[in-house]
Design a binder for this molecule. Structure first.
Ligand SMILES: [Ca+2]
Ligand SMILES: [Ca+2]
Ligand SMILES: [Ca+2]
Length: 470
């Protein structure tokens, strides 16, 4: 091999040995190891974790046909040992279809006040309730009802049911509630159905909510409404990048969605499903479009459920990405958002399908950077699965899909593609340059000498490459 060529290849290959780890793509063979933490969970729906790495798992209590399952929030450690139950809701919960004990969340001051909140469908009278408990020795004491809504809707579906605190607004609890099977509910500001609500964690209604009129939710507007036009936003999260609320939304026939939820916005249901007209037109003025959509699979929608932002270096391919769990196909959608710092567009979206799981209802990031998946819903064989990187998978990584020339380069790099979005990362994996609508060349004048990786998005396909700046 000619000396010059040999050294040039070293320039490419040696940094790649380090850097390919940072920009690996998802290919057929698994990069991840999946291990069961806990099996035989009966009807789990959602989970959260405290600073001692204890899981709090909501168990909806059956699905109507199996009424004997305990409706509770179970406390489980990372070895899969059950430590306790917060409360036995079994005699008071409505478990038919999607109803039951659903959301669970810890107070931002959990380490000092030990408050845990849970959302459930009360049976008689029919209500949606949020109850706060004080956790002592892995059980709940001093139950206090903080939200108590009469629920006249007979349908078993679309309770939503997740509850979370916003890091930048820590005294307020956000609540997702579906349309309860009545499409027109979603745009009716006099009721809480098909909405995201915001209440004070004591249960009081904040007077700076967007539709606050008189503080009485039964008169005029339901003053608790934060956003509307939602069919069944199952779960949501807040991005640590900009504190924005991102919610999964389940479609009827053609598209699931992820929405960036802003106060007073109308997310289109039932006029619009994803980006497809439903009972009206998606072009109706005033509707906010989803930032991601997921089309129908062979026979059904993926059914988006839990959502997180990943904030760890253990799996750098996910760092700062949104990860969405899906119920029907058991996959994880790995979504990198674009248009920083607003993050209201999708830069890339890929599916991780190698887990061979089904019925994913929730997803968490553990303290060690591994991901925990909750499989459950309508089954007594629910489980918590841990997903960690497989250190032996490096050899399978694809790289250099995009030919860059000249290489090394001085002022600009060229390639035979045009990209909607384009990003350049340095050897530390930091984003150093991003551009939109790139047509076959990018100036690198402003970059210091060194080795760089690049990532381009074209028609939903992601290309990777590398170059050396002289
Ligand atoms: Ca009112
Ligand atoms: Ca929508
Ligand atoms: Ca969740």
């Amino acid at each position: 091999m000619p000396y010059l060529y040999q050294n040039f290849m070293k320039l490419l290959i040696y940094p790649c040995m380090v850097f390919c780890l940072l920009l690996q793509t998802h290919i057929g063979l698994s990069q991840y190891i999946y291990s069961d933490v806990k099996t035989n969970l009966a009807f789990p729906v959602a989970f959260t974790m405290d600073d001692d790495a204890k899981f709090y798992v909501s168990m909806k209590g059956g699905a109507g046909a199996v009424p004997s399952a305990m409706a509770t929030v179970e406390v489980i450690d990372t070895n899969g040992v059950t430590l306790g139950q917060i409360w036995d809701f079994t005699d008071s919960v409505e478990t038919f279809y999607e109803r039951g004990v659903l959301g669970v969340e810890l107070d931002p001051d959990f380490n000092s006040n030990h408050y845990l909140y849970t959302f459930y469908n009360h049976k008689s009278p029919a209500k949606i309730r949020i109850v706060r408990f004080e956790v002592q020795a892995d059980t709940g004491v001093n139950p206090t009802i903080i939200l108590d809504i009469d629920d006249p809707n007979p349908a078993g579906k679309h309770s939503g049911g997740n509850i979370h605190f916003r890091p930048g607004d820590p005294d307020y609890l956000y609540v997702s509630i579906g349309d309860r099977g009545v499409e027109a509910n979603a745009t009716d500001l006099s009721n809480p159905w098909g909405k995201i609500l915001r209440i004070h964690k004591s249960g009081s209604i904040p007077n700076n909510n967007p539709f606050y009129d008189d503080g009485d939710p039964l008169n005029g507007n339901d003053d608790r409404i934060w956003a509307y036009g939602l069919r069944n936003s199952f779960d949501f999260t807040f991005s640590f990048l900009n504190d924005s609320l991102y919610a999964t939304e389940n479609g009827q026939n053609t598209m699931d969605e992820v929405n960036q939820i802003s106060p007073a916005h109308d997310y289109g249901w039932p006029l619009c499903e994803g980006t497809v007209d439903y009972t009206g037109s998606c072009a109706t003025p005033g509707l906010t479009a989803p930032i991601s959509t997921f089309g129908s699979l062979v026979s059904s929608l993926p059914s988006v459920t839990g959502v997180i932002f990943y904030d760890h270096t253990l799996m750098p391919e996910f760092t700062n990405h949104m990860l969405v769990a899906t119920f029907t196909d058991g996959s994880i959608r790995d979504i990198e958002l674009g248009n920083a710092p607003v993050y209201d567009t999708t830069f890339s979206s890929q599916s991780i399908t190698d887990a061979q799981l089904t019925s994913l209802v929730d997803i968490l990031q553990g303290p060690n950077g591994c991901i925990y998946l909750l499989s459950g819903g309508f089954t007594t064989a629910g489980k918590i699965v841990k997903m960690c990187p497989d250190p032996t998978s490096v050899e399978y990584i694809k790289f250099d899909e995009l030919l860059v020339y000249p290489n090394p380069a001085k002022e600009s790099i060229h390639f035979d593609e045009s990209f909607q979005q384009f990003k350049i990362y340095n050897l530390e994996g930091r984003l150093v340059k991003s551009a939109a609508q790139v047509d076959r060349s990018v100036s690198i004048d402003d970059l210091p000498s060194g080795w760089y990786a690049l990532k381009g998005l074209k028609d939903q396909q992601v290309f990777y490459g590398s170059f050396v700046k002289q």
